[in-house]
Write a protein that binds this ligand. Structure first.
Ligand code: MG
Length: 659
């Protein structure tokens, strides 16, 4: 019995040891807002925005008043947050756009989510990602078990099924497009609460980067129109409600004392949006700048029993410290051997007396540094007209001049020299130890095959070339007359009038390997415009001659058609499109029909089908043409393209039948 009792006791001891390890792994919740200014929380001094939940969070936790994001814009700030490295070190210095360069945070980077997941944490990202939207860059490939949110800024759009807007994704699938933004904050909150509830038994990391208050602003009816600070205030007050829901959930589940909640923003307020942007007061400037308002952000940390309640930390700390701090709290180790810039701020978080900032120098991108009370800027920009940037170098004493009003560089040359050296060393270090941005490969183009179609024509035909190509994708290869420019790039070419046509037709027919199955062509719009009789330049004078008089047009078009016929391709002639009265250079409204009649004669004699774009466009002109212009709107070009494609398809069908 005695022996058994001993075993039981040792089992208890082991169990206690295991549970104490679990107790040492706190849950980590990181709430990250977008473009929220330093002042935009009640306890950070907002005069009008009411944030009772954030204020309570601060009363139960610690405010960080010298807390910095790593960049004054979204993607760069987030790359630094998740990697614990300055954004310049990880090659993410600006903002990613969908469908542009196919870049994102390099998947080789080790994110805080990857570190925590390896340590046994459940991980979720709910909200705005903005570190690349190609599949290899999504949160699910960067350490998060799940993702729900808009993968970039809410003012960025993609086109899908004829609609435009940002998509809402779950994991790697688009589940709503365009995303309904008015209920986003509420839906993010529901997702976050669900994640906490379903992981209450194990340590978890919840990353909740809100889409708001980035412009355009949206709030539910419950909050809209309620704040004294307008829509921006409504949006912050709804985010505050969301924080309340999360704190409430932690309390209800008994996780309060096992959970660190961090609240901060990705960069300063978008001041040029005026009422729709926030405020960084008393700090100078805002988003896009390395003045304090661009990168010093409000920050609150709450962890009852560990973070001292109702205190403030004035030491310099930053979002790059999140990764090493969270790793330390989780007892997790980094695997990657590359250099990071963040340091654990556990002593600051716990309020250890005498604890100091781990940053002797904190860098605002590559052009400014803070060391203690001193900030040196070697360059920078402003978004506030009344307070232009510079002159540089600018030295500010942040201890006595938080608003960066007075450049004291001249009084302290030795401090300017010391801080300049810090910046130079930092630049050299980044140059030597920087890692590349993630680059997704270009999409593979399907091998070119199918019948070959050549489009020749004026700028109207240049407008419909792309939609024609899209509509015939997979069915036929569509080429258009093109020329090589000075930079050796091939560019679509305007075939203009029949005089240019006569000169260039052989080159156009030979280009891209020649051998055409169908040639769709048109000439007329340039021939019938007025030109100065002596200079030959475009003219608005009705007494001046046509560029090509009708008789000459007949001769030249006949010659072009003769050459086209020789190719053996199926030919289609498109009539000259109509235009409103009063266009410049002058074109008489009746001339389009007059020249088309000449062309019709030629085509009829040679059995060439006519694609009557003039007849199609005339009754719809007000709807599909640009005002006072010969050109068509995008929708107009698409409408013309459909007509063109109908004729090309008929010609291809005839070609297959050998007719
Ligand atoms: Mg932002």
């Amino acid at each position: 019995m005695k022996h058994l009792a001993l075993v039981t006791a040792s089992c208890w001891w082991m169990l206690a040891a295991v549970s104490s390890t679990a107790a040492q792994s706190p849950n980590l919740v990181l709430i990250f807002t977008d473009d929220q200014g330093y002042q935009d929380i009640g306890c950070f001094g907002s005069p009008k925005i009411k944030t009772p939940h954030l204020d309570r969070m601060a009363a139960e936790g610690r405010r960080f008043t010298n807390f910095y994001s790593a960049a004054p814009v979204c993607s760069a700030s987030r790359a630094a947050l998740l990697t614990g490295s300055y954004c310049d070190r990880v090659g993410v210095t600006g903002v990613f756009f969908p469908n542009r360069r196919r870049q994102g945070l390099n998947p080789k980077e080790e994110t805080v989510a990857e570190i925590l997941r390896t340590a046994g944490y459940a991980t979720a990202c709910v909200g705005k990602w903005h570190l690349g939207d190609e599949p290899e860059f999504l949160p699910t490939r960067q350490g998060f078990d799940s993702y729900y949110g808009i993968p970039y800024s809410n003012d960025m759009r993609i086109r899908r099924n004829g609609k435009s807007g940002p998509p809402l994704m779950r994991n790697e699938e688009i589940i709503e497009h365009p995303a309904v933004q008015s209920t986003l904050t509420r839906r993010y909150t529901a997702e976050a609460v669900k994640f906490i509830e379903s992981n209450r038994q194990r340590p978890f990391f919840l990353y909740l980067p809100h889409t708001m208050p980035h412009v355009p602003l949206f709030a539910t009816d419950e909050f809209r129109g309620k704040s004294a600070r307008g829509l921006y205030g409504d949006v912050i007050e709804e985010i505050d409600w969301s924080v309340g829901q999360i704190l409430e959930t932690l309390k209800k589940l008994g996780l309060d004392k096992r959970t660190l909640v961090v609240f901060t923003s990705d960069n300063g307020p978008w001041l040029t949006k005026k009422q729709n942007g926030g405020s960084a007061l008393p700090l100078r400037d805002g988003k896009f700048t390395t003045y304090e308002g661009g990168m010093r952000v409000p920050c609150i940390m709450r962890w009852p029993s560990t973070v001292p309640a109702g205190t403030a930390c004035e030491e310099v700390a930053a979002t790059i410290d999140v990764l090493p701090t969270f790793a330390a709290l989780a007892g997790a180790r980094r695997k990657a051997e590359h250099k990071i810039d963040g340091r654990s701020i556990v002593p600051l978080l716990k309020g250890v007396s005498g604890a100091k900032s781990p940053h002797n120098a904190y860098f605002y991108r590559m052009g400014a540094v803070r060391s203690g009370q001193w900030k040196l800027m070697l360059g920078g920009r402003s978004t506030v007209k009344a307070q232009p940037a510079g002159p540089f170098p600018a030295l500010y004493d942040l201890a006595s001049d938080i608003a960066e009003t007075t450049n004291v560089a001249a009084e302290h040359p030795e401090i300017v020299a010391r801080l300049t050296r810090l910046i130079e060393d930092h630049r050299a270090d980044i140059r030597q130890n920087k890692r590349p941005v993630g680059q997704a490969p270009a999409p593979e183009k399907p091998a070119a095959s199918g019948p070959r179609v050549l489009l020749l024509g004026d700028s109207i035909s240049m407008g419909y070339t792309r939609p024609v190509r899209d509509l015939l994708a997979g069915e036929a290869q569509v080429f258009r007359a093109s020329a090589v420019n000075k930079r050796n790039q091939r560019r679509p070419e305007n075939c203009a009038g029949t005089d240019k046509g006569i000169q260039q037709i052989d080159r156009w027919l030979r280009a891209d390997g020649g051998k055409w199955d169908v040639i769709h062509f048109n000439f007329g719009l340039h021939d019938l415009k007025r030109v100065h009789p002596e200079t030959g330049k475009n003219s608005n004078d009705p007494n001046h001659p046509h560029q090509t008089p009708p008789s000459e047009y007949r001769k030249q078009l006949t010659e072009i058609v003769r050459k086209l016929k020789k190719t053996g391709a199926k030919l289609i002639f498109a009539t000259t499109t109509p235009y409103p009265d009063g266009v410049k250079p002058r074109r008489d409204v009746a001339d389009a029909a007059r020249y088309n009649a000449v062309a019709r004669d030629i085509m009829k004699e040679r059995d060439i089908p006519i694609n009557d774009l003039h007849g199609f466009a005339l009754p719809r002109l007000a709807k599909i043409q640009k005002p006072k212009n010969v050109h068509f709107s995008r929708a107009g070009s698409k409408a013309l393209a459909k007509q063109v494609v109908r004729h090309i398809r008929a010609a291809l069908k005839n070609a297959r039948r050998g007719q």
